[in-house]
Design a protein around this ligand. Structure first.
Ligand SMILES: Cc1cc2nc3c(=O)[nH]c(=O)nc-3n(C[C@H](O)[C@H](O)[C@H](O)COP(=O)(O)O)c2cc1C
Length: 329
């Protein structure tokens, strides 16, 4: 399958692994890229720009296929050293950057001058158009279903994707709730040129996270995520656990008086505990509703090959059959 996204990024299949805190290490990105998708290292998981440079070098040793780096712009008073992060990416010879969070305008000229393709992940048509205006090459359109930060508009992909198609000139991929060949075909039908997956890639053999995390995703249904930090306008979709239920109790009790400090025990420093130690009740960690569609822990290659085979079957048999008047289940 060839789309604007496979051609833009030089990849075999139009499938991207979104940046994920404490998941997007070299092992994850290389496994996805070796399977023909676009793997992405999470820049801010690395403690220093030098650590990021080392992680990029490690990934290059593990794959000769293209991979990307995620740079997330956090709403924080003490921002990370973004210029040094960008330098590590450019010096490392990375050809694709996924930006997310705030507007990436401050780093865009440097990335573009280095010949890097930039795909900005955002949760609304408004922000997608802004990304297009400032010169991003593509957008990852992240619906309300997504694991992580769905924004505050709550528009699911069934509406958001065709709306993006109606407004955008640059190519975009669907993001949020994508899991299988059905997701890919539906995304393409709604105007996307590929799909981005987060949660689905955590439940793979190569994902460098504790086995408890993978099992928790397989065990979860589509009813098991919660939205936290809504009162702070920093909404995050997470998998429920004892820490998350405690956090939600605090949100209920404090109402609009809630401050970040009130919930710090449930949201700060949680990722290493979950992803590395497998302490599944530690607190809030991002997970999509798509957990309800995840039943197994394949290798990245098995997963991507299966998605492409399913997409082929749906397009060439099921849908083509409808067009020919053949009724099937
Ligand atoms: C555990 C986890 C951590 C994530 N961390 C980040 C991050 O640091 N930066 C970012 O831009 N997106 C992050 N995301 C969002 C993903 O890149 C992706 O957009 C999202 O998972 C898509 O929704 P899905 O989980 O339904 O596939 C994270 C998602 C998960 C599940």
């Amino acid at each position: 399958m060839k789309t604007a996204i496979t051609e833009m990024f030089g990849i075999e299949h139009p499938i991207i692994q979104g940046g994920m805190h404490y998941v997007g290490f070299a092992e994850m990105a290389a496994a996805v890229s070796n399977a023909g998708g676009l793997g992405i290292i999470t820049g801010l998981t690395q403690k220093t720009p030098q650590d990021l440079a080392n992680e990029i070098a490690k990934c290059k040793d593990m794959t000769d296929k293209p991979f990307g780096v995620n740079i997330t712009f956090l709403p924080t008073l003490n921002p990370p050293d973004y210029p040094a992060i960008v330098k590590a990416v450019i010096d490392g010879g990375v050809k694709v950057v996924e930006t997310a969070g705030r507007n990436p305008q401050q780093v865009l000229p440097h990335l573009k001058d280095a010949g890097i393709k930039v795909i900005h992940k955002c949760t609304s048509v408004r922000h997608s158009l802004k990304a297009q205006d400032i010169g991003c090459d593509a957008v990852s359109v992240d619906g309300f279903e997504c694991g992580g930060h769905p924004g505050e508009d709550d528009v699911p992909n069934m509406i958001l994707l065709p709306r993006a198609a109606d407004e955008l000139d640059i190519p975009f991929v669907s993001s949020g709730g994508q899991a299988d060949g059905r997701s890919l075909v539906a995304s393409l039908a709604m105007g996307a040129q590929g799909m981005n997956m987060g949660t689905r890639f955590i439940a793979t053999k190569e994902a460098p996270v504790h086995e408890n995390v993978k099992q928790a995703i397989v065990a979860a249904s589509e009813l098991d995520t919660r939205l936290v930090m809504r009162p702070l306008r920093n909404t995050e979709r997470v998998l429920t656990n004892a820490g998350v239920e405690r956090l939600l109790e605090k949100e209920k009790m404090l109402g609009d008086k809630l401050k970040f400090e009130d919930i710090i025990d449930e949201v700060a420093g949680i990722y290493p505990k979950i992803m590395m130690e497998g302490e599944m009740d530690a607190g809030a960690w991002s997970c999509g509703m798509v957990a309800g569609l995840i039943y197994d822990i394949p290798t990245c290659k098995e997963l991507i090959d299966r998605i492409m085979a399913e997409a082929d079957q749906i397009i060439n048999e099921r849908l083509a059959g409808f067009m020919k008047g053949t009724v099937s289940a």
